[in-house]
Design a protein around this ligand. Structure first.
Ligand SMILES: [Fe+2]
Length: 289
């Protein structure tokens, strides 16, 4: 097994591991540590069945089933695989979408931070990918916090933010949700803006997503201005990696220390990704003892 950083900011490529064949606990311990250190792991040239993907993802923790709202969209709704595996796709078969999130741009975010306990990790497998577009970007929020100017740090060191649950990362209003007219009253969860990572104790900026975010206790205008400054700062190229997909790629990212986004792609191109999501643990504030 060989582990090679993808760039100076984030991510590492792992060669010499066949995920379908499985591996022992010692190998997984090395992978797990590399994943914590690099935030994102890339495995290329994999060939996985849904069951093999689910088995690999489950090494990282208990799996989180897709929410009913996403599963209901899918052509395989009701099948056994649909229980633990999500499908991200723009493909429509017999008039029904086979997966979620379509082909548009998905803005920078961490997954499902509108939950009190957001997922720990996501695993994404490139089953079928377009020749161009649809790159997935990742940004390292350890680095963003560590390198943040003191003037910006001071405003959020002990702050908490509300993470809105109304919209998907593709910008669509979720079923049954109302448009948000006052960010202070948005539905969702409140998290520390700087967390202490539950597994390695490192401090990381934790923003979730920009839309309808609100820094608790601030005037709305002040919160908006601060959030704009933070977002301008934290998704700079120097903290980021852009992944160009090949079929057979597997990406595993730490949802607590990273942000990600997806570029748009040609609606006529087919893209089918399989995803598993790992259930989270509580996120303590960086200032917590
Ligand atoms: Fe996402």
């Amino acid at each position: 097994m060989r582990i090679t950083p993808l760039n100076d900011a984030i991510g590492a490529r792992v060669d010499g591991v066949d995920l379908a064949a499985g591996f022992d606990d010692e190998t997984f311990a090395v992978l797990h540590q590399a994943w914590l250190d690099h935030c994102v792991l890339l495995f290329r040239g994999q060939k996985l069945s849904p069951a093999e993907l689910v088995a690999f993802a489950a090494r990282f923790g208990a799996l989180e089933p897709p929410p009913g709202s996403e599963r209901d969209l899918r052509a395989d709704s009701g099948s056994k695989e649909a229980d633990d595996m999500w499908i991200i796709s723009n493909v429509v078969e017999n008039g029904k979408a086979i997966g979620a999130l379509g082909y548009g741009e998905a803005e920078w975010h961490s997954d499902m931070t509108y939950l009190d306990v957001p997922p720990t990790a996501s695993v994404l497998y490139g089953h079928e990918v377009p020749a161009t577009g649809a790159n997935t970007w990742f940004a390292n929020m350890y680095l963003a916090w560590e390198q943040m100017p003191a003037s910006l740090r001071a405003g959020i060191q002990d702050a908490r933010a509300l993470h809105d649950s109304s919209y998907t990362s593709a910008g669509d209003l979720r079923k049954g949700m109302d448009d948000v007219t006052d960010v202070r009253a948005a539905p969702g969860a409140v998290h520390p803006m700087v967390i202490k990572h539950p597994e390695n104790g490192r401090q990381a900026l934790f923003l979730g997503r920009r839309k309808n975010a609100y820094i608790k206790g601030m005037e709305v205008a002040d919160s908006e201005a601060m959030l704009d400054r933070l977002w301008d700062y934290c998704v700079a190229d120097k903290f980021s990696y852009s992944h160009k997909w090949q079929a057979g790629d597997v990406l595993v990212w730490d949802n607590r220390s990273t942000l990600h986004r997806r570029e748009a792609f040609d609606p006529k191109a087919r893209r089918i990704l399989w995803r598993c999501q790992i259930t989270g643990t509580a996120l303590p504030a960086a200032s917590a003892a």
